[in-house]
Design a protein around this ligand. Structure first.
Ligand SMILES: NC(=O)c1ccc[n+]([C@@H]2O[C@H](COP(=O)([O-])OP(=O)(O)OC[C@H]3O[C@@H](n4cnc5c(N)ncnc54)[C@H](OP(=O)(O)O)[C@@H]3O)[C@@H](O)[C@H]2O)c1
Length: 335
């Protein structure tokens, strides 16, 4: 007999109300997979964008629609991070036992907004140390993978360098600030005034209130310029920021539109400065690194709010506003 589970299903693109808790078949595993009983997950800006079909660039929107589903979403359960316990093991899986506490990443397959989700045993799921709480773990991967991708891999941020983080209080920014400080960089954080104390508590050295000042109009001395600008909001462009950057500075936009795509190619031909962007994915190395960073206390995912599973549409509504302080967590079952 088919086992059933509750899942947050969206059968069409639209407002938060399209997400409904529905009974669906529990997924089955292949020999190299595990089934995770999900305790907590996060509703990210990525989930909210897919649900609402709010893709920043018309070009990407057109291409992505073929992949995600032209008339309706092909994969109707969102969610890319699952914290829980191993419920079932594939025949080839040796690294885990039933009941192990784990963090799993489902990436493009999604499906974590459900009572059970499948993950590849080799690399997409890892043991979760006790020091990391369930809610923190659920908020680790979205912003954390982006921080490693943009600041470490693309920006090659080094100790002593200066970074400007635009959107410093959000999911990407709040872990970006902590990661940059962990490396030993000097961090200037851009967010609204009420969030300044929060980003300072994460380690930011300086703050700018975008509601009071257009930071792109600043004139900076050479020693104040930024080696990297991590733009997580999509409100400022390379052209607006380049005079704030060092001669070899990198502009790192997490929200990519057509101009940024052209600048990726164009900029290095005419300038020592660069624009570097792409899509941050959680690979096995990032999963392990992020767990180590969180276990050591170098980064602690910020929790904006925690919703019960039945209120997941409400969680989407909150994420849609674009002003969360870190991560929005949804609890699905007890630890
Ligand atoms: N390329 C990739 O691989 C990748 C990966 C993950 C996410 N993303 C994208 O990254 C973006 C950020 O995601 P998130 O989860 O961090 O969002 P979020 O949690 O909603 O954070 C939004 C941040 O932007 C700030 N903000 C809002 N309006 C602003 C404005 N006009 N000027 C400057 N700052 C402003 C907010 O500060 P206040 O609340 O203080 O206003 C907050 O710090 C999303 O669009 C997401 O799709 C891209």
């Amino acid at each position: 007999m088919t086992k059933m589970m509750n899942a947050a299903v969206y059968e069409r693109y639209g407002p938060p109300e399209v997400v409904q808790i529905t009974q669906v078949s529990r997924p089955t595993i292949k020999p190299d997979q595990v089934l995770i009983k999900v305790h907590a997950t996060s509703v990210t800006m990525g989930d909210a964008r897919l649900r609402a079909w709010n893709i920043p660039s018309p070009l990407f929107s057109f291409i992505a629609r073929f992949m995600i589903g032209i008339f309706k979403p092909r994969n109707q359960i969102l969610g890319t991070s699952a914290v829980g316990t191993i419920e079932e093991l594939g025949a080839e899986v040796k690294e885990f036992s039933i009941g192990d506490r784990v963090l799993g990443s489902t990436e493009m397959k999604m499906g974590a907004h459900a009572e059970y989700v499948v993950a590849q045993a080799d690399g997409s799921v890892a043991h979760l140390p006790e020091q990391i709480t369930t809610d923190q773990a659920a908020g680790l991967l979205f912003g954390g993978s982006a921080a490693l991708y943009f600041l470490r891999d693309l920006g090659k941020l080094q100790r002593g360098q200066r970074v400007l983080i635009v959107g410093a209080s959000g999911a990407l920014g709040s872990i970006g600030v902590q990661y940059a400080k962990h490396i030993g960089a000097h961090v200037t954080a851009v967010c609204s005034g009420p969030n300044h104390e929060f980003v300072r508590s994460l380690g930011a050295d300086e703050t700018i209130d975008y509601t009071k000042e257009d930071f792109t109009k600043r004139t900076l001395d050479e020693n104040q310029r930024f080696d990297a600008v991590y733009e997580t909001v999509g409100k400022s462009s390379y052209n607006q920021c380049k005079h704030l950057m060092t001669e070899r500075g990198a502009f790192l936009p997490a929200v990519m539109r057509l101009p940024e795509v052209l600048q990726l190619v164009w900029t290095p031909l005419f300038s020592k400065r660069s624009v570097k962007s792409g899509v941050a994915m959680t690979n096995p190395e990032k999963l392990t690194t992020l767990i180590e960073l969180a276990e050591s206390g170098a980064v602690t995912p910020a929790i904006d709010s925690v919703y019960p599973f039945e209120d997941i549409a409400q969680a989407h509504r909150h994420v849609d506003k674009g002003h969360k302080r870190g991560n929005v967590i949804v609890r699905i079952s007890d630890d």
